[in-house]
Ligand binder design. Structure first.
Ligand code: ZN
Length: 169
């Protein structure tokens, strides 16, 4: 599906140029246009990442479908199915670059499984042990009854809560 989008560039190119002309003067703003390909390009550039072919294709797979939680292996599989020529190592590198740039958030489960979350806002997760799926907990205002005391000179940066669920027997 990715090549299809790449080939249907005819009409969007005009839009791109129009958009650039409009946005050249004010400070760069990342306006979402609803065109995933265009949005991924804007997103990468705003984060200071060169929109290479591979980053664009992986970004399109990641961000083109709303909020998602993917492991590197899952994204690699999707890329392979979409005929995007990338290695698993490139997928890992790209995911780490996007995370460093603040476009993705890492959520670790078990220490062996790392998910990359396209939703970088503060939220917690259910982990479905049976299907190894990560699901957002809709309420962002979960409160811990008693926070641990923080050592001298430190502050809490973030609390990541993973609530593990299993099917009832
Ligand atoms: Zn999430």
């Amino acid at each position: 599906m990715v090549p299809e989008v790449a080939m249907s560039d005819d009409a969007p190119i005009l839009n791109d140029d129009a958009f650039r002309a409009v946005s050249r003067h004010p400070a760069r703003q990342s306006a979402l246009t609803g065109c995933p390909w265009h949005d991924v390009n804007e997103m990468l550039q705003a984060a200071g990442l060169r929109p290479t072919r591979q980053r664009m294709a992986l970004g399109w797979l990641l961000f083109g479908k709303g909020a998602r939680h993917l492991t590197a292996e899952m994204l690699y599989e999707e890329a392979t199915l979409a005929k995007v020529p990338v290695s698993l190592a490139t997928v890992y590198n790209t995911l780490n670059q996007l995370t460093d740039a603040g476009l993705l958030r890492q959520v670790s489960v078990d220490g062996t499984k790392t998910y990359f979350d396209t939703n970088v806002s503060a939220h917690h997760h259910f982990y479905l042990e049976n299907s190894h799926e990560l699901v957002d907990i809709p309420d962002p205002h979960l409160v811990l009854q008693k926070m641990p005391e923080v050592p001298e000179g430190y502050e809490i940066a973030r609390v990541d809560m993973v609530v593990r669920l299993r099917k009832r027997r």
